[in-house]
Design a protein. Structure first.
Length: 325
């Protein structure tokens, strides 16, 4: 049945569950723009609810770029939502028109209800780049300054909240600099960057991280495309694929390593920016992702139904037959 809106492109999303209601927040852009590649620069955040992750009720636009000159007046991209400290917190990615969207920063908004309205905390800015650990933008080196896709754990660890995000380290080969960045906060309001929890060496970037625990092991789901794999990874995996994979660790702060193989990938990319979610119908883990390239070679722009996963010996795999339906 999928989550689709007839006049919108839909792509990256994040999930929140409360009292049996399944909430998805997602990036959206009007299909009237024509070229789907322009969606990234004509973006807002939508919201939909479901009881089963299959039949959806869209609730409209709930967040978007600032109206005036600001650090996030161009785009508001992927993030996460948690309930903590007596309220609801939306962490998101922002860019500015003054910088042509090249430098990403992480923002913070709050609400008294999961249904909003969402209000920025001050200017909204929660975290800027720390060059001690992460790569600043330089013309011709990489296509942007990566500091995006914040994933915040709702429970403190060792007295601190932990944020994970897409970033690049400031040394090493170009296609090995992709890391999972990390920041900590005592109260969700004041954030301090630390060294990355996954130090890279395999990919140019790891997008849209999702960090969670299952059966005593920690998983960090991410997505990327084959051209951003390291030379060694491409050589070991027949040139690579584009889609969703994951890192594994015994502790959320690492050390993290890529799981063997690749969870859900194709050339061209069929599904992207996947999340591993507990299916309320089966009670088991499933993969959801946005549908990228269709059979006609065109961008699809909707979110698929849950795809069954198996967790065996600490590793996930997709049921190939069901995944192709």
């Amino acid at each position: 049945m999928t989550l689709q809106i007839s006049d919108k492109f839909i792509w990256d999303f994040w999930h929140f569950e409360e009292a049996g209601r399944q909430h998805l927040f997602f990036l959206q852009a009007d299909r009237a723009i024509g070229n789907p590649d322009l969606r990234h620069w004509n973006v807002s955040i939508g919201h939909a609810v479901s009881s089963d992750l299959r039949d959806w009720t869209p609730l409209g636009t709930v967040f978007g770029p600032s109206a005036g000159p600001a650090w996030d007046d161009y785009t508001t991209w992927t993030g996460s939502v948690i309930k903590a400290e007596g309220g609801y917190h939306l962490f998101y990615t922002g860019t500015s028109r003054a910088e042509n969207g090249m430098r990403q920063r992480i923002g913070h908004a709050v609400a008294a209800s999961i249904d909003g309205p969402w209000t920025r905390v001050g200017t909204g800015l929660a975290l800027d780049l720390d060059e001690r650990f992460y790569e600043e933008h330089a013309e011709g080196r990489w296509h942007d300054r990566a500091l995006r896709d914040p994933w915040v754990l709702p429970e403190k660890i060792d007295g601190m909240y932990h944020m994970f995000f897409t970033a690049r380290r400031n040394d090493g080969p170009l296609y090995e600099r992709g890391v999972i960045g990390h920041a900590v906060s005592p109260d969700l309001m004041q954030w301090e960057a630390t060294a990355p929890v996954y130090e890279g060496g395999h990919y140019g970037q790891l997008e849209v991280p999702q960090v969670f625990e299952r059966e005593g092991r920690w998983y960090c789901v991410f997505c990327n495309v084959a051209p951003h794999w390291s030379e060694q990874m491409r050589a070991e995996h027949d040139g690579g694929v584009s889609g969703t994979h994951y890192l594994v660790a015994d502790h959320p702060l690492g050390p993290w390593q890529p799981a063997p193989g690749f969870l859900d990938g194709d050339i061209p990319c069929r599904r992207y920016a996947g999340k591993i979610l507990r299916d309320p119908v089966t009670g088991k883990d499933s993969l959801m992702a946005f549908e990228d390239t269709g059979v006609d070679g065109q961008f699809v722009g909707r979110i698929c139904d849950p795809i069954p996963l198996r967790l065996e010996n600490g590793l996930y795999r997709v049921d190939d037959l069901l995944a192709r339906k």
